[in-house]
Ligand binder design. Structure first.
Ligand code: PLP
Length: 372
């Protein structure tokens, strides 16, 4: 039996996404930068895919830049700071390592880095307000936490920053790592008035190695190096057109039914959460969290419990599990939101997908009861 409940780590490539990848690889394989016929065809295809993706995401094609994944999108924004006069950067204590790992780098370059607590899982607009200073250049708070699923109050946080800007008469870049929000919660980047966001293909049944950087005002963004000048000079390197087509296909499967999927998955999440509580497990995920993520603590260290489940064909994760190298990342995030150390050590994450069925959930519940 294979019960895959680790969809926040990665998802299986969908058949439609795979087909789109194959079609573009075999039919439109020219380099979009070449000026001959094949190149022009590829350029046209790239533009068409960008337009379709932008429409699905409710934004303009000129604001989306394809990258190799969210990690690169984030790196592009944070590394661009190295060009500017150091000031203050504010991030939350529950950011993914793709963001958090930039703090020591920036500190080394003279930046003053402040981390905001996330009591109960949420970053507080009041705490943000208290930490904004006239030299603050960037604020980064993720949209949905990858360990607990907490949906952060991005609208209020952005508003807090915009109000402060009026007193200093200078713009502050608001960045939101939006990987776990895409296709899973009602998330309108344009309405939220954020300046930059990162997205990843492989969390929504697209391929690995494709992601996006959203920039509200691309003209004011200068990457560390434009390299070959692709992506309007924001990201060099030959565009991964087959993966871009596959990402578009994956978005076509996720975006139109976002609300219906979310309602169905919420009911499955409630069923799992109720069972966990009945069986005496402690729920860590806050109430206001993604329908797709459940964090809870068992009585055993998380590596032991996840191994026990794996032996029974149930695949979940201990902590964030975006990378084996970033050991303890999930634990760090849980401690950052005030979870007791013993509970953080025993934390397990179950993450669902839009394709998770009731049968999958009933089989999971059976095993959770057996392994109690
Ligand atoms: N940010 C969050 C919240 C994530 O869950 C992940 C997952 O790995 C990443 C960033 C990194 O994404 P990618 O694998 O596309 O680099």
């Amino acid at each position: 039996m294979n019960l895959y409940f680790d969809n926040a780590a990665t998802t299986k490539l969908s058949e439609r996404a795979l087909q789109a990848y194959i079609d573009t690889s075999s039919l439109v394989w020219g380099n979009p930068s070449s000026v001959h016929k094949l190149g022009l065809e590829a350029k046209k295809k790239l533009q068409e895919e960008r337009e379709k993706i932008a429409k699905l995401m409710g934004t303009s094609p000129s604001r989306l830049f394809f990258t190799s994944g969210a990690t690169e999108s984030i790196a592009s924004v944070f590394s661009s700071l190295l060009f500017t006069t150091p000031g203050r950067i504010i991030i939350s204590r529950i950011e993914h390592e793709a963001v958090a790992s930039w703090l020591p780098v920036l500190k080394q370059h003279g930046w003053d880095a402040v981390t905001l607590k996330a009591k109960g899982g949420f970053v507080s607009p009041d705490e943000l307000r208290e930490n904004l200073t006239p030299d603050t250049k960037l604020v980064a708070v993720m949209a949905v936490n990858n360990v607990t699923g907490a949906i952060e109050p991005i609208e209020e946080l952005v508003q807090t920053v915009r109000e402060f800007e009026r007193t200093i008469k200078r713009h502050i870049f608001f960045f939101s790592d939006s990987v776990q929000a895409l296709g899973k919660i009602d998330y309108d980047i344009t309405a939220l008035d954020i300046d930059g966001a990162s997205f990843s293909g492989h969390k929504i049944n697209g391929p690995r190695g494709i992601g996006m950087l959203y920039l509200k005002q691309p003209s004011s963004f200068r990457p560390l190096a434009p390299a070959g000048g692709q992506e309007s000079g924001k990201r060099g390197g030959t565009e991964n057109l087959p993966a871009i087509s596959a990402l578009r296909a994956a978005l076509e499967e996720w975006m139109p039914d976002m609300k219906e999927n979310s309602a169905r998955i919420s009911a499955l999440k409630a069923r799992i959460t109720d069972t966990l509580q009945d069986e005496g497990f402690e729920i860590i995920s806050p109430e206001h969290s993604s329908p797709y993520i459940i964090s809870f603590a068992s009585a055993l260290p998380s590596e032991v419990y996840t191994r026990m489940l794996s032996d029974k064909g149930v695949y979940v994760s201990s902590g964030s599990a975006c990378s084996n190298n970033a050991k303890g990342e999930g634990e760090k995030i849980l401690l950052g939101m005030g979870v007791r150390p013993e509970k953080a050590r025993n934390a397990v994450r179950i993450s669902l997908s839009k394709d998770t069925t009731e049968e999958d959930v009933e089989a999971l519940i059976q095993i959770l009861r057996e392994t109690r």
